[in-house]
Design a protein. Structure first.
Ligand code: EPU
Length: 430
């Protein structure tokens, strides 16, 4: 198992390029199940999660091939396969999105229930509600979702849950509705850029989706989708993580291949911290203050502040002037990084679904443990600025969603070593 050894306190400089968006590429790859013909996807990041979804799609009878550094080709070759097994689904929750396309295209699906994960319970009731509304017969049996349908039928579906819209729930239902008979209206649809990207991809393949980026989506079902060549959007979460890397190390770095419009809430919050940004085309230069102001923030569905950048800004605010209040409105328990940041000298108290962050002068390096993807990124950011050496164990979490993060940060002047350790620093608490 790999760990990172981070030598803190170094200034960064130069440019770093953001890769393609993991959370757009994943559902778009799955959407290829709906397509007759070849799909060529560009700007697909080389990540563990992308490899995992490729594996699942192969089991479902697709040819999935990386034909270039960032290009992936997909094609259906055996449409009789309809089962996504537990061993694979348990490695990647996004695989539950195969349900809608399998039902719509192959009339049947047997997909393992994904189960909980470290950031929360993560139910899929909205996915099932939407697919049932389209006419699917769904049963949960022996840990599997068993679903059948002749041709799905368009209808009106309200897809809001206790925490608002659902990203992958919207993806699942929108994909299924693309091949349904008649018109589907999804109300309280997710507006995230990754869902917009999925809708644009489907339209490129011949789907008829309107209202993209708005909470009411109208999908007019078509009989068939055809192959397409499509470029995935840049990863806004990776971009935000690098912008914080510049701010936290007080370094003027430039992040390229960014769509600033996808990061409005994040940039606004960072400006409240005192960070300035110089935008030029699709690049953003960070102009950091000596020490950030404390800010309050609440994570919300897009266009609100993203939960996937909550842990990283918490690491930044750990050294702010004053007290910040950070409230999670998407995953109330997504605070695994709090205790680990505490090991580095941060003063953070969790209070229900909030964290009270009392800024300290400095952090000090310590052995810490990555628990999930974004929490791991927060620990790497803290390690960049902490005095001394930080060891981040179990970095396979970070490899799920950040392409060569240590290489990219080292190219900016950081000093991060990836080393193999036979036994992790310590076991994750049970
Ligand atoms: N929810 C329900 N019922 C459902 C589905 C969701 O109650 O059927 C709840 C969830 O428990 C949560 C909220 O609704 O409280 C929003 O969850 P959502 O469905 O939007 O999350 P997701 O689609 O499972 C995606 C991303 C996550 C990201 C969230 C929120 C992918 C592959 N995953 O998950 O990304 O945090 O949206 O933006 O797109 C990550 O990349 O690190 C990651 C966890």
């Amino acid at each position: 198992m790999d760990k990172f050894i981070i030598h803190g306190g170094r200034k960064l400089k130069g440019k770093v390029k953001v890769s393609g968006a993991k959370n757009a590429a994943l559902p778009i790859m799955v959407a290829s199940l709906l397509v007759d013909g070849k799909v060529t996807l560009r700007n697909v990041p080389d990540l563990r999660d992308i490899a995992s979804i490729g594996e699942i799609l192969r089991v479902l009878g697709m040819r999935v091939e990386r034909t270039g550094a960032t290009t992936v080709e997909l094609e259906n070759v055996d449409e009789k396969r309809v089962e996504a097994p537990y061993e694979l689904v348990s490695t990647l929750r996004a695989s539950v999105c195969t349900l809608g396309p399998l039902l719509a295209k192959r009339g049947r699906a047997r997909v393992s229930m994904p189960g909980g994960c470290v950031i929360g319970v993560r139910p899929i009731d909205l996915h099932l509600k939407g697919l049932r509304a389209l006419g699917a017969r769904i049963e949960i049996k022996h840990g599997y979702i068993e679903a059948r349908a002749r041709r799905l039928k368009g209808t009106e579906i309200y897809l809001g849950g206790p925490y608002g819209s659902s990203v992958l729930g919207t993806a699942n239902v929108m994909m299924a509705a693309s091949l349904a008979e008649g018109e589907t209206v999804i109300e309280n649809a997710a507006c995230e850029p990754e869902i917009q990207d999925l809708a644009h991809f489907l339209n490129r393949c011949g789907a008829r989706i309107e209202g993209i980026g708005r909470p009411i989506l109208v999908i007019r079902g078509v009989r068939k989708l055809h192959g397409a060549d499509y470029r995935v959007i840049p990863d806004r979460i990776e971009a935000g993580t690098f912008l914080i890397a510049g701010a936290i190390t007080r370094s003027r770095i430039t992040v390229t291949n960014v769509r600033a419009r996808h990061l409005a809430a994040f940039l606004d919050k960072m400006r409240s911290c005192g960070v300035e940004f110089a935008r030029k085309g699709n690049s953003i230069e960070v102009i950091p203050p000596r020490r950030p102001n404390a800010v309050d923030l609440i994570t919300l569905p897009y266009p609100g502040y993203p939960t996937d950048l909550q842990a990283q800004i918490t690491a930044y605010l750990a050294c702010a002037k004053g007290i910040s209040l950070i409230t999670e409105k998407i995953y109330p328990d997504r605070f695994m990084h709090v205790a680990e940041l505490g090991r580095m000298g941060a003063n953070i108290r969790k209070e229900g679904s909030s964290a009270i962050v009392r800024g300290v002068e400095r952090l000090s390096g310590a052995p810490v443990m990555a628990s999930d993807l974004r929490a791991s990124a927060a620990l790497v950011l803290a390690g960049l600025v902490a005095q001394g050496t930080t060891e981040v164990g179990r970095v396979y979490h970070i490899d799920r969603g950040y392409e060569k993060i240590e290489e990219k940060l080292n190219a900016l002047g950081a000093k991060i070593e990836r080393v193999w350790e036979k036994y992790p620093v310590r076991d994750a608490p049970q």
